[in-house]
Design a protein around this ligand. Sequence first.
Ligand code: BGP
Length: 473
Amino acid sequence: MIHKKLKPFPEGFFWGASTSAYQVEGANLEDGKGPSCQDVKELPAGTADLKTCADHYHHYKEDVALMAEMGFKSYRFSIAWTRLLPEGTGKVNPKGIEFYNNLINEIKKYGMEPIVTMFHFDMPAALDQRGSWGNRDSVDWFLNFAKVMFENFGDRVKYWLTINEQNMLTLVGPVIGTLYIPEGCKNVIKEVYQQNHHMLLAQAKAMVLCHEMLPDAKIGPAPNISLVYPASCKPEDITAAQNFNAMRNWLYLDMAVYGVYNNLVWAYLEEHDACPDIQEGDMDIMKQAHPDFIGFNYYNTKTVQYSDGTEAKEALGDQQSMSSFPGFSKGAANPNLPRTEFNWEIDPVGFRNTIREMYSRYRLPMLVTENGLGAYDTLTEDGKIHDTYRIKYYQDHIIQIQEAISDGCEMLGYNPWSAIDLVSTHEGIRKRYGFIYVDTTDEKVGSLKRYRKDSFFWYKKVIASNGADLSNL
Ligand code: BGP
């Protein structure tokens, strides 16, 4: 649809950016924080460990001031479960409460909206030892953690996100260091979808609890949603795209919004003798929970073709590259799309397509909780970072949000990844995403000095014009 005139971004649109605790904070075992699964995982070769990251834990005031200088209306960050509850359950760590109180107060001081992710890839290591999400008690563990957060921060935090990218935890857990599989497990798919069921239940209960304890607050899920394209107009490729759309995207939102299991995924699980055990009452809980909005991360679309089930299973891939499930869908490259230096396809129009599809399925306002370009940035001798490629990426994507708004989709905000350089899930800190450059490398911790990238000044201009001015600097 070509609009003669695009609708403006709504007043009060949340322009901001995102981070997650384990990737940005550092101080990973300081001030009483317990280890999470990220702190005990085997690091991918040549990548920075998580002891320092951007050292946001010690630099949060400076970082929030820089965000305020850009004019942020919101800052999306996550709360590390193990900073509040070092063992995952039991005693609360007062230093952890203090840190997030300080951070939230600092954000509010500048009139920004804190948007809190309750769980971002960092299961307490102590709970992994007790079976992780595979243990049904995990639902109560998470609910207790949620209660601690609502009690301590609910007076100031009005926007909550439950679980970051639960779909990626389920589909590529080993790549991002999150999947716990018990020794001797005979049916890994069943184990994984049992864990997924417990997460869905935990999310549903947390949404209900949030509405009970904090009637003014809003809560929603935060999956990674990428519309899946068929590689051709062959009917079999369309079926494959429907399959993978269901498995990658709709399973998570059908449950969060409607409280039902997606039938295509359920059929796949039946085929693999992998349906989760559902206890009496579980589905009632799923139905009772109602998100106020959909938070979602978007990086690019995915393309698949028919799979006759005879091909060998491919290596797992990562968040944006995995898609092959013999007999269900087979990944294909999209020849129409360029790629980033880290080989992720770039599809701004797919952003609009994804938003439109989500809105027609769920009819809820949407908040972009991640989107962005991972690239090698260069710090020049005079302390500049000329990231014109990132500016271009953002220009191309932001205009598509405006197209989607003009299509009638309700958009609450844009919080790209990431506010500041941080450690990526499996490709180190050399894969930079921030508006703010941090002087440190995978090889050694640097001065940690902050530098404003060109995209910093550009985004400031965008925010000041409420998205009307996307022109180059
Ligand atoms: C999402 C995660 C983030 C983040 C981002 C970029 O999947 O929610 O934690 O890191 O992707 O991915 P990567 O770090 O792999 O480049």
